[in-house]
Ligand binder design. Sequence first.
Ligand code: AMP
Ligand code: MN
Ligand code: MN
Length: 326
Amino acid sequence: MTTPVDAAGAAEVLARHREVTVLCHVRPDADALGSSCGLARALRAVGVTVHHSFDPGVVPAALRGIPGTDRVVPLAQVPAHAGLVVTLDCASPDRVGAWERLAETASEVLVVDHHGSNPGFGSHLYLDPAAASTATLVLEMLEAGGYIVDTEIATSLYAGLVTDTGSFRWGGGPAHDTARRLLAAGAETEQLSHDLLDAHSFAWLRVLGELLTRVRLEADAVGGRGAVWLAVPHEVIAAADEDDVESLVSHLRGVREARVAVLLKEYLPGEWAVSLRSRGGNGGRGLVDVSAVAAALGGGGHPAAAGCTVRGDLEDVTARLRELLG
Ligand code: AMP
Ligand code: MN
Ligand code: MN
C-alpha cells in the first residue's frame, strides 16, 4: 500500500532513518542527478549514512559539474539494508532500473516525483505534477524538515530546476520563486548553466550538421498540427556523447510548422528511446498530450514532454507512434 504524503510528511519519513539509499532514474538528466545530490548532501550533513546511486551508476561527463555527482556509486555496490530507499524523478518502478533487491530489503520506500503519469509506488508517495522539477520538491521537503540548504545543495537543486523549466521558459511564478530561494541560499548558476545548457565538443557540431539534414517535417500530421521526426541510429549514437544526443530534441521543438516533435534514439541496437515534445497554440490550446502516447507504449512523462522505450525496427516503431499521435 502506498500512502500519499506532502512535503512535511515526506520530511517525517526521512527523519525516521539513519541509513538511506538515494536513487534516481536510469539515463539520468540534471533533475534526476541534481535533486538526488541535493538530498544526499542534506542527509549526510545530519549524520545519516547515504548511498547515492542510479542504475548502473556512471555519471555522464556533461553532468559532472553538478555538485555531489562525485559521490555517486555504482548500483551494484549499494548494500541492501533495512533503512529507507528514496527514488527521485522516477515516473514508474522500472525507471529506477534493477533496484528490486534494495526495495525488498528496505523498511520504507519514499517516492518523490513530479510526473503526472506516475501510477504511485513505494510505501510513501510525494507526488506533485504541478511542480516544475523534482528538485523543487526536494527543496520543499528540506525546508519542511528544517535541513540546512547550503551553497552546494542549492546549486545541485538549481541544476534540476533550470533544465526542467527549459531555462524558465515554463514553470511560471512558482519556478521563479523556487529559483529565488535557491539563489538566496547561495546557488552558483553561471558556470553550471553553461555546462548544462550550452557546452558541447567541437566534433559534435559536425555530427549535428549531418543529423539535422535527416529531420523530416510532416506538416499535415497529428490532425494538421504538424510533426517533425528525427531518428538517430545506433552507429551514430555509439560515437557521440549521450548528453549531446539528448539535446537534439530542443532543435526539433523549435520548428514553427510542427506542434509535435519526435526524437528516436537507438541507444541499444533495435531498442529506441523515444522523446516526445508538444506545443499548444496561444494559451496552450490544442496541446497534444504526448504523455498519453508515451504511456500507451509503456512510458510516461508530462503532457508537453514525455518518453518511452520501444523495441523493433524503425519502420514499425514509427508506424506505432504515428497511429497513436493521430
Ligand atoms: P526525455 O524525452 O527523455 O527528456 O523525457 C521527457 C519526460 O518524460 C521526462 O520528464 C522523463 O522523465 C519522462 N520519461 C521519459 N521516458 C520515460 C519512461 N520510459 N517512463 C516514464 N517517463 C518517462
Ligand atoms: Mn528526469
Ligand atoms: Mn524532472
